[in-house]
Write a protein that binds this ligand. Structure first.
Ligand code: NAD
Length: 447
């Protein structure tokens, strides 16, 4: 590790080229999550909402969100204009982002069904149907996040989900953030559930007197939200699915000697300011001591000027700089970490993309700060964290649809495939299955 001057906001340094696999594993480990403790808090909240419905939501709103005067836990469309009164600049920013997100997700539509004749007379098809009812959770405890409302609501609109329900913690005066109301209005959300945490998740999963039950719950949130989503998705009586497991936000920046130190530092910090549990990793490709120092100076100098400097300090305390010799080695480290966000500030950045195996979303080249993807470029910002980029995609149009398959056989088709079906049914000793084919073939032979 590098000398850690008193009071300096600096990430610990490691030389990746001399570290063993075991050491790298330790260096790249995310801070542990305490799932079991949280489940003990969340379980009773979920049960209470199932038992007492709206009244439980109102009680939790008073307890956790200080919304003691809330009369109803649901704000229904059409939303009164005064509830979404915003200045023109904010409206324009939301409208531009809405349109870019809409365009990018609309392009992901699968217009035509897949149809294959596997044998003469045996036709197999696969086609798309939207998930009917979706619940979008928009965090609201510590920050106002209309961007999350856009990222979850716009693809639901594009996918053709019939019922879009938003949920977000109420403000202490019982209202909803006007930016979120405006997005709800734009995407056609039929209501906003004024609840946060596990109680909002429970209401969406099971429904209450005034909250409609949904088929799928999406969206990030704190550990109570995440634990609530895990709990309800494991309960078959809820009949609800979730988008993906979520953890604290993270970024990995790969920078070489072409990178502008100020740009690199600003990207590291824009993730570090999310929360003390966020993690940021810099992979420096063949940088000299002086070049590395310049980035570290920028991190410190920019950090101390940020309003959220205390949060940044917390995040930087468990963040690291890894020194790699080559770009290949740097990308290998990134693939091991599987970051939610990967930023490439290197020569020929576009070519490096081909080497990336695991990442939620990639930001390519000097002119692409992560913030453009967080808000307005068009890509989704709801992404797999905690290494889940190995097996999960970020939210996309596919998150809001499911595929149905169909098969359609002619008499000739059944003659062609029937013997194989009957044999396998016989092997599995499922006589009724075998007879379902035989009965038809006998009938055809008698004609
Ligand atoms: P939140 O809306 O997730 O949670 C607020 C709710 O938590 C409250 O309404 C309350 O019901 C519940 N809660 C708080 N303390 C509780 C307690 N002691 N017991 C039970 N329930 C309790 O808002 P937040 O807390 O500000 O968290 C937002 C999270 O979302 C952050 O972790 C942030 O990193 C994450 N986030 C992630 C992304 C992403 O795309 N990955 C985007 C935006 C936000």
């Amino acid at each position: 590790a590098a000398p850690n001057d008193e009071g300096r906001i600096v990430m610990k340094r490691f030389d990746a080229s001399t570290a063993t696999e075991k050491e790298l594993d330790d260096i790249l480990r995310r801070p542990a999550q305490k799932t079991n403790d949280i489940m003990g808090i969340v379980g009773p909240i979920v049960s209470d909402v199932r038992a007492r419905g709206d009244q439980a939501l109102l009680d939790f709103a008073a307890k956790f969100d200080k919304a003691t005067t809330l009369k109803s836990p649901v704000l229904k469309a059409p939303y009164a204009p005064e509830l979404m009164a915003l200045d023109e600049e904010t409206i324009a920013a939301i409208d531009i982002s809405f349109e870019n997100i809409r365009k990018f997700h609309a392009a992901q539509k699968e217009d035509k069904p897949t149809v294959v004749e596997t044998m003469p007379g045996v036709k197999c098809s696969r086609f798309v149907r939207p998930i009917e009812r979706v619940g979008c959770y928009i965090p609201g405890g510590t920050a106002v996040l209309p961007s999350t409302a856009l990222m979850l609501g716009v693809p639901a609109l594009v996918a053709g989900c019939k019922k879009i329900v938003f949920a977000s913690p109420p403000r202490p005066d019982g209202t909803c953030t006007p930016e979120i109301v405006y997005v709800a209005h734009k995407v056609g959300a039929e209501c906003i559930v004024l609840a946060g945490g596990a109680q909002a998740v429970a209401a969406l999963a099971y429904g209450t007197e005034s909250v409609p039950k949904v088929d799928k719950i999406l969206g990030p949130g704190n550990q109570f939200v995440t634990a609530g989503k895990m709990l309800v998705s494991n309960d078959t009586s809820a009949g609800v699915s979730i988008d993906m497991p979520a953890g604290p936000s993270e970024v990995l920046v790969i920078a070489d000697s072409d990178a502008n130190p100020a740009f690199v530092a600003s990207d590291l910090l824009s993730q570090a300011e999310h929360g003390v549990d966020s993690q940021v990793i810099l992979v420096a490709v063949d940088l000299t001591e002086e070049q590395l120092k310049r980035i570290e100076d920028e991190v410190h100098d920019q950090a101390v000027k940020l309003p959220r400097v205390e949060i940044v300090k917390g995040a930087i305390a468990h963040s690291v700089t890894l020194q790699a010799k080559t770009i290949e080695e740097a990308v290998r480290l990134s693939n091991v970490y599987a970051p939610e966000h990967l930023i490439l500030q290197v020569r020929d950045a576009a070519k490096v993309v081909d080497m990336v195996e695991h990442a939620g979303s990639i930001f390519v080249g000097a002119w692409t700060p992560e913030s453009v993807g967080d808000y307005s470029a068009g890509v989704n910002h709801s992404l797999p964290t905690y290494g889940y980029a190995r097996q999960y995609s970020g939210v996309n149009l596919g998150t809001y649809v499911k595929h149905v398959t169909s098969s359609e056989l002619t008499e000739e088709g059944l003659r062609n495939v029937g013997a194989a079906v009957m044999r396998l049914a016989h092997v599995e000793q499922l006589e009724a299955h075998r007879r379902a084919v035989e009965i038809r073939l006998e009938h055809a032979d008698r004609k």
